[in-house]
Write a new protein. Structure first.
Length: 207
């Protein structure tokens, strides 16, 4: 089993923890990670954009001038795309951007992301995150102690109101839970901070 240092909130090493090889020492599959990230980003799109084609714009039912003899180009109505107030060529319509990814590929991508992040030294395991108050400065200091004050992803096993509220005002930090942890957030963060309980939950769910 792979091992990594266990830290406290002061940034001091207080021991070691074992990491499941199935999650933190898995083969890295870049294609799976790429597909899952594409799927995640596509799912963030609302897909509500809409515009009118020339057949849907109001008006323009009459031929604007005769076919021949005017010296101008031939036109029917004045709602063609080249005219003011005309329709839109290939107008966007509401659509679903979902990219389907099966469960096996999602799990493979998750394990690949966790392994890649560990290999680059981006996984930090903390004994616990206990804040007396929901104060931003307390969380900022804890992240500074852990040398994770840039693009940090804090993974919690369950909801902790103090940690969530204290992190909310930090532009470079984000909180998530084990059941909502995703490949995009893991790869997008410089440091992934797991509490010891969160690490055990991840291993229980994904191993």
């Amino acid at each position: 089993m792979a091992k990594t240092a266990l830290y406290n909130m002061e940034g001091a090493t207080i021991g070691e923890v074992e990491l499941s090889d199935e999650i933190f020492a898995a083969p890295i599959n870049e294609a799976a990670m790429h597909l899952v990230v594409r799927s995640y980003l596509a799912a963030q799109r609302q897909g509500t954009q809409s515009a009118l084609t020339r057949g849907q714009v109001r008006g323009g039912g009459r031929k604007i001038y005769r076919q021949k003899g005017t010296g101008n180009a031939r036109h029917h109505g004045n709602r063609a795309p080249q005219f003011k107030h005309g329709g839109v060529v290939f107008a966007p319509k509401p659509r679903d951007y979902v990219i389907a990814v099966n469960k096996k590929v999602r799990r493979l991508a998750f394990k690949s992301a966790m392994t890649a992040k560990l290999n680059e030294g981006g996984i930090i395991v903390v004994d616990a995150l206990n804040l007396k108050e929901a104060k931003t400065k307390l969380m900022a200091q804890a992240l500074k102690n852990l040398k994770a004050d840039k693009k940090a992803l804090v993974v919690l096993p369950e909801k902790d109101e103090n940690v969530v509220r204290a992190t909310a005002n930090l532009a470079e930090a984000k909180t998530t839970y084990v059941n909502t942890l995703n490949v995009y957030d893991i790869l997008n963060a410089d440091k992934v901070i797991l509490t010891k309980a969160a690490k055990e939950s991840v291993e229980e769910v994904y191993a």
